[in-house]
Ligand binder design. Structure first.
Ligand SMILES: Cc1ncc(COP(=O)(O)O)c(C=O)c1O
Length: 470
């Protein structure tokens, strides 16, 4: 039986240790009414802090505790050796403004990572700066914008086409960069409807933004045809790299005809998810877009590695320094450690996903017939229960809920991505609990979870009425 700890834990600022942090009387010229007697800082003992965070961790769930099959968000295990490497003093003691020889090692790593990402994506140039997948999207779309601006076509090319199965950050990035978003529907197989795409593309199209496999976990075999439609029209093809875990080592966006790609390093290369930053979302482009990359890029000449600001029509900077260096280090060490096994990881991720889909098909509806890649989407509608109730129920067994209610084109959607890091035993346990959920009484299930540190919350209130503490 799973039981999560529960503490009525105060914020550290509310710890009452009986003393306040008093300021010493100092001679200074500030007016009396502006002088503070106390800093209102908590005066804490080190074990107060240690106990506080230990208690919070006992009330929490993480990839260190168990399986975390968030479809699309990809929570694979983050190996500890990556953390070890990222915390080595050789890296933590280098200041980002130390442009001298002390930086050479760090620059070499970033340069090599750029090279790896190029060959993994089949692209020609890379920036490591963006701090999340969504930030990478925004950077990529700014590059689209600059490309058409330089061709004096921006006034005309003001639309970006996006499929109805897309992640919400895609239309958000496009519209933040000043484009009008045009949605195209999926066909009966969950793929891009080519006729609808043909009808949507026009002289106003700047780019088509897609992920392949898409958010249903289905690979679109028409991708070369799609690339042809888009390029014939003079527009660009953008690859949302969130689903790279399904293709790494097998094919590349370059082969598929894409012009711009973002990576979500946390999804594919086992780094922590930044939750919008500071994660890492590098962007790779074909050579004809090289002159628009953010500065600096990391380059190399006879003198060694250097920060290259010589990018003719750069979109400018999108992050301080060179991006999230500690995350880049983890991704680099993951790539080096796995080497040729990266392809095996992909194959295992796809196998795991299809194993789970096949087992869960007995209890739930799995829409769209095509073979799934690294993730799949099921609907709980046939059970008469809501996706929300199913996913809250399984928390009580010590396993994390999958992604729910996404993509929007599936009713009562549950999206599962076991990744290569799940074992058969873990998956079988998950399947077993999902089976129990399917047969639970429709009213009784609404009172779950019972054994977690926090039960049902008012989700709408939690989203709409934010009370922030920091
Ligand atoms: C398909 C897809 N695109 C983009 C994103 C945004 O990535 P990030 O969370 O790194 O900002 C996600 C996030 O889960 C995603 O699933």
């Amino acid at each position: 039986m799973y039981r999560q700890a529960h503490y009525d834990e105060d914020f550290l600022i509310d710890y009452n240790t009986g003393s306040d942090y008093l300021l010493e009387e100092e001679n200074c010229d500030l007016p009396e009414n502006m002088k503070r007697k106390s800093l209102k800082l908590p005066n804490l003992r080190s074990f107060d802090v240690s106990r506080h965070y230990t208690k919070l961790s006992e009330m929490n769930y993480s990839v260190d505790v168990g399986m975390y099959p968030l479809g699309s968000c990809t929570m694979k295990y983050n190996p500890k050796y990556n953390d070890y490497i990222a915390s080595m003093e050789t890296f933590t003691d280098v200041h980002p403004m130390d442009y001298g020889m002390n930086m050479q090692g760090s620059l070499e790593i970033m340069y090599n990572l750029q090279e790896y990402l190029k060959s993994i994506s089949g692209m020609d140039c890379v920036t490591l700066q963006p701090s999340a997948g969504a930030h990478g999207e925004f950077t990529g779309i700014l590059i689209v914008r600059k490309y058409f601006e330089m061709r004096n076509e921006l006034n005309q090319r003001n639309e970006i086409i996006i499929p109805d199965s897309a992640h919400g950050t895609n239309p958000a990035s496009a519209s933040m960069a000043g484009f009008k978003v045009i949605e195209v529907p999926s066909d009966e197989n969950g793929l891009i409807d080519l006729n609808a795409l043909d009808a949507a593309v026009s002289e106003n199209t700047a780019a088509f933004m897609i992920t392949n496999p898409n958010t249903l976990g289905i690979f679109d075999d028409n991708i070369l045809k799609i690339a042809e439609i888009i390029h014939k029209n003079g527009a660009l093809l953008y690859y949302d790299g969130a689903n790279f875990n399904a293709i790494l080592g097998i094919t590349t966006p370059g082969i598929m005809g894409f012009d711009i790609v973002h990576f979500n390093l946390h999804k594919t290369f086992a780094t922590p998810h930044g939750g919008g930053g500071p994660g890492s979302g590098p962007v790779a482009v074909k050579s004809f877009l090289k002159d628009f990359l953010p500065v600096p890029v990391i380059s190399k000449n006879e003198g060694g590695y250097f920060l290259d600001y010589n990018v003719k029509n750069t979109i400018g900077k999108v992050s301080s320094y060179y991006g999230s260096f500690a995350i880049l280090l983890r991704a680099y060490s993951y790539i080096l450690k796995n080497g040729n096994d990266l392809k095996k990881n992909t194959q295992k991720a796809v196998l795991n996903s299809n194993y789970m889909a096949d087992q869960l098909r007995k209890y739930y509806t799995i829409p769209y017939k095509k073979l799934k890649k690294h993730e799949f989407v099921l609907s709980t509608e046939n059970t008469g229960k809501r996706a929300l109730d199913i996913s809250k129920f399984i928390l009580d067994y010590g396993i994390h809920s999958p992604t729910t209610y996404f993509p929007l084109i599936v009713k009562e959607a549950v999206m599962i991505e076991p990744t290569e890091s799940s074992t058969k035993k873990e998956m079988d346990f998950y399947i077993d609990v999902m089976k129990k959920a399917a047969f639970m009484d429709s009213d009784a299930i609404k009172s779950y979870p019972i054994n977690t540190s926090v039960g049902r919350i008012d989700e709408v209130k939690a989203a709409r009425n934010l009370i922030m503490h920091w």
